[in-house]
Design a protein around this ligand. Sequence first.
Ligand SMILES: NC(=O)CC[C@H](N)C(=O)O
Length: 225
Amino acid sequence: MKFAVITFPGSNCDHDIYYAVGTVMGADVDFVSHHETSLAGYDVVLLPGGFSYGDYLRCGAIARFSNIMPAVIEFAKAGKPVFGTCNGFQILLEAGLLPGALKPNAQLKFVCDTIPLNVCQTETMFTNAYEKDTCIQLPIAHGEGNYYCDEETLAQLKENKQIIFTYAGENPNGSLENIAGITNEAGNVLGMMPHPERAMEELLGSTDGVKFFQSIINHLRKVTV
Ligand SMILES: NC(=O)CC[C@H](N)C(=O)O
């Protein structure tokens, strides 16, 4: 079982997610540069948070054209797990792997906080280790996290149970219906603004991210048995 952490110029949560998966969860993990064109040998792809290409144009809009992205798209189309946090979520939306868009935060300010989140679905490859109806605490740190989609897309997200995380307290960025994280229709691509990789140790304030990565590992064990 091997994880790939894709690194873009300006990624700044790549080491956090590498540490979360490699050191805390004890899984095999590599950094894979945006220059690469193949993901052969990997079972999970992680797109980290950060400020890829300085957030120019729109967050994620340039990274989406990186050399590695055709391989990420092919990996996703094959039904394998792809996870993007924060800037990773922005890149997945720009690449068309998830529906909708992220606009600048409603208050036009960068938000940096730890906030409560509802885990809305637990029968997914990313959340199966959480109890049903759980509320967890995860950090956020972003300027463009205001999720938006049209009414038809919103109806589909609800119908297909693609809304996985919602903000449980005050909406920190103006997101439609408090949406914090969604999957694609097939359920193997998940993007979210909060950072589970920064909630892995009591010393840092929360361990609520551990079950997120445990869920992916549970899923892989099940499908590879
Ligand atoms: N932590 C991050 O990934 C930041 C995301 C993005 N650059 C923003 O400010 O919205």
